[in-house]
Design a protein around this ligand. Sequence first.
Ligand SMILES: Cc1cc2nc3c(=O)[nH]c(=O)nc-3n(C[C@H](O)[C@H](O)[C@H](O)COP(=O)(O)O)c2cc1C
Ligand code: SF4
Ligand code: FES
Length: 563
Amino acid sequence: MDLPELLDIAEKERQTQKAVHIRCCVAAGCVAADSLILREKLQAAVIAAGMADQVKVSGVGCMRLCCRAPLVAVDDKTQPDRSLLYETVTPDQASAIVAALQPTSISKTKCEPLQRGDLTHPFFTRQRSVVLENTGVIDPERIESYIAVGGYQSLHQVLREMTPHQVIDAITRSGLRGRGGAGYPTGLKWATVAKATTKGELSVTADRKFVVCNADEGDPGAFMDRSVMESDPHRMLEGMAIAAYAIGATQGYIYIRAEYSLASRRLQLAIRQAQQLGLLGSQIFDSPFDFRIDLRTGAGAYVCGEETALMASIEGKRGTPSPRPPYPAERGLWGFPTLINNVETFANVPSIIRYGSDWFASIGTEKSKGTKVFALTGHLRNTGLIEVPMGTSLRQIVEEMGGGVPGGGTAKAVQTGGPSGGCIPASAFDTPVDYESLAQLGSAMGSGGMIAMDQQTNMVDVARYFMEFCRDESCGKCIPCRVGTVQLHQLLTKIRSGKATSTDLELLEELCDMVKHTSLCGLGQSAPNPVFSTLRHFREDYLALIQSAPSSSDSSRANHHQE
Ligand SMILES: Cc1cc2nc3c(=O)[nH]c(=O)nc-3n(C[C@H](O)[C@H](O)[C@H](O)COP(=O)(O)O)c2cc1C
Ligand code: SF4
Ligand code: FES
């Protein structure tokens, strides 16, 4: 494969385009609402209407407003301002969508009227697509579709025009930070792995490095990484290949949870297609660079998203965390230097190479560059997948994009960062979304779950829910987390049932402090965060339950009376 051949594939694919393009979402949310049948029916309706020469039907990735699944969009090249969105479409409505393309024809199909979406709503117009540039646009199951929008040209550029050092420099200058939660500078991590010279444990291969993509995505409410993999799998593979060239690796792994079956299938297909075209494997683009990618499936333990547990799982050991240092960048898989990045981190890379570090650094805030993809869920009118520039305020996301609470109420809080994050009150909704601002409020950017809650939500319930999650997912290796999360959950249950005293509240805070400072890994260290943040911003929810509990002297009087 060389550049002219790549461009030739792109050109041929572009020639398959027709005057009208019907895009039907075939990501998991819409597939669950029968979109695969819908796509077939749309294709059949186009043929039945004799419009196959003018109309192309494609399956595409997530079209973002997942709460109205399944979604269908219609782009008419002859009327560029006539992009239509149809929501909650049923397979029976396929012929009505095709009939609507012919203004003079009257649909004879008896079906529910089509529900039109509003593409001018802030839910769509406030988004800025970098990672999701091709999501909902290209067919995730055809490599030609990715190549037609410039896919694999960034990989060609780095292999032909850049040294590994220049690639690392470009990522460093872009200001990209890891999207897996902690926000560690990506360029710095790549530079550390590139410099590392640790000898591993496999005697046959003296000098190796690995690239690992963390696709474990276990936070409740999070589906950003899954959507990227289902919608645009080649983007992530290209980002991994660029990283491998930069750090000197020849083998990559994608660690993906078993529940993500559609994403796994699409990634496997994408890897096969890329290998067939010589874009993965040996001598990529006829250069000396070799790089293979294999999938490793996790069994759904949340802790296996933690990088040392993840590596143990790939090595075939029990997936439990180990103390750091040594960090994976120095001593990773089988003792060799290993680069671990999140799905979204890798998915940013082709765009940074293509459009430049300065372009990327011009988006976002001073310390948080680029965009962030969020899975917006909870008590909102509009929920789904969003990508916004860093620095967008929570108010813009919750009230404008999310459309506020259904039925006209106001939101009480928004939860970010999953079990290691916290709840932010409505009074702080003008906070810009960036790593530092969310941390200052006692929450975290996390990997991108964002859950809005209405006024009826009791924040003790929220804290208890996340503690239950951590208790169940604790691997049990260290006592503070194994026992502490059980005790914290019991205390929260006692508070919620109105039986707690102010001494229990003091105990809760003391125990949270202990678990945070003495646990071995991030799971235990951050498990108390939802309690800390709800105590800080919603202490009244706790006090209301404690004040309503009978005091110890009241209950001893009652017991005495019964005797
Ligand atoms: C309990 C726990 C679960 C985690 N789960 C994930 C995950 O699902 N995906 C992810 O990318 N990072 C996860 N992380 C963070 C990873 O350990 C690691 O920091 C990240 O993959 C690094 O990638 P980045 O630099 O691109 O953010 C988790 C951390 C902890 C402590
Ligand atoms: S903090 Fe929890 S999850 Fe992490 S090693 Fe200890 S017991 Fe396991
Ligand atoms: S899964 Fe179809 S719109 Fe998100």
